[in-house]
Design a protein around this ligand. Structure first.
Ligand SMILES: [Zn+2]
Length: 274
């Protein structure tokens, strides 16, 4: 029996996002915002191929989460692409490859927010990030011998709602955005409207990431084992600042046993297994 669950953020930034979650029986991607060559090479490094994917789950329609050539490759290999029904028409309108996937029965709207794929139970939950049709995070659970293992991924959140906190609670691994440092965003030469959009409906700052994690832990029966900080802005943040800020939030509650990992724009982060 499979007894572990692994994840690797294959890459994360405003230039591309994709996270692999797998064990020896099942493998899925959350988002496919990289070229087929990049995704194929990353899967190969981990002993997998595109054919081994049981499904790809799309969070929202922004271009850093969907790469059309990769969608075409997924169609060739008959890999199903799942999305919440609210974003399906927007995906089809924006990406001709996804309209084609739909015609071939390979773009599958998720009914009642849940999908069972082989041994994985996958749940979509809405997050406030500003995107046509809405934006979603995913929790993947798997019944292992010693109990359920759960990994949650939300690379674009904006701010935590009660419902988001509840869905992520009790995860063993949380992949969460830590997008910007408040001062670096203010000092950047981005236009005022964009700064406001990022702050209000776009992304979590480092401080908000730490606060969100504390809220999630408050709602959890046990602490997560690992955190991976994603979608770190290359202009308005650094990995060192993001990690420092989350570690400080954990320390403020006397928590020292959780590993905090970095992710990177064009190369994979650490493989985390629980
Ligand atoms: Zn987005």
């Amino acid at each position: 029996m499979n007894n572990s669950l692994s994840t690797c953020v294959l890459g994360s930034s405003s230039a591309g996002n994709s996270t692999l979650i797998w064990n020896s029986g099942t493998a899925i991607l959350i988002d496919c915002g990289f070229s087929p060559a990049y995704i194929t090479s990353q899967l190969r490094r981990l002993g997998l191929s595109i054919q081994d994917l049981d499904g790809v789950f799309i969070t929202h329609i922004h271009g850093d989460h969907v790469h059309e050539s990769t969608v075409r490759r997924l169609i060739q290999q008959c890999v199903p692409i799942f999305c919440p029904p609210q974003i399906e028409p927007h995906l089809q309108k924006k990406y001709s490859a996804l309209a084609k996937a739909s015609h071939q029965g390979l773009l599958k709207p998720i009914k009642k927010s849940e999908v069972e794929l082989s041994e994985f139970h996958i749940r979509a939950f809405e997050v406030p990030h500003d995107s046509d049709g809405g934006c979603f995070g995913y929790s993947v659970s798997f019944d292992a011998e010693g109990g359920t293992k759960k990994i949650s991924v939300t690379t674009d959140m904006a701010y935590p709602t009660k419902s988001v906190v509840g869905h992520i609670a009790n995860s063993d691994v949380i992949v969460i955005e830590s997008n910007y440092d408040v001062e670096m965003l203010e000092q950047s030469d981005r236009p005022v409207w964009l700064k406001r959009r990022i702050r209000e409906d776009g992304h979590l700052s480092n401080d908000q990431c730490g606060e969100s994690l504390l809220q999630i832990m408050d709602r959890s029966q046990s602490l997560p084992k690992s955190l991976a900080l994603a979608h770190v802005s290359q202009e308005c943040n650094t990995n060192a600042l993001a990690v420092e800020c989350t570690e400080a939030a954990l320390e403020s509650k006397g928590i020292s046993e959780i590993s905090v990992f970095e992710t990177h724009p064009g190369r994979p982060g650490r493989t985390i297994t629980v």
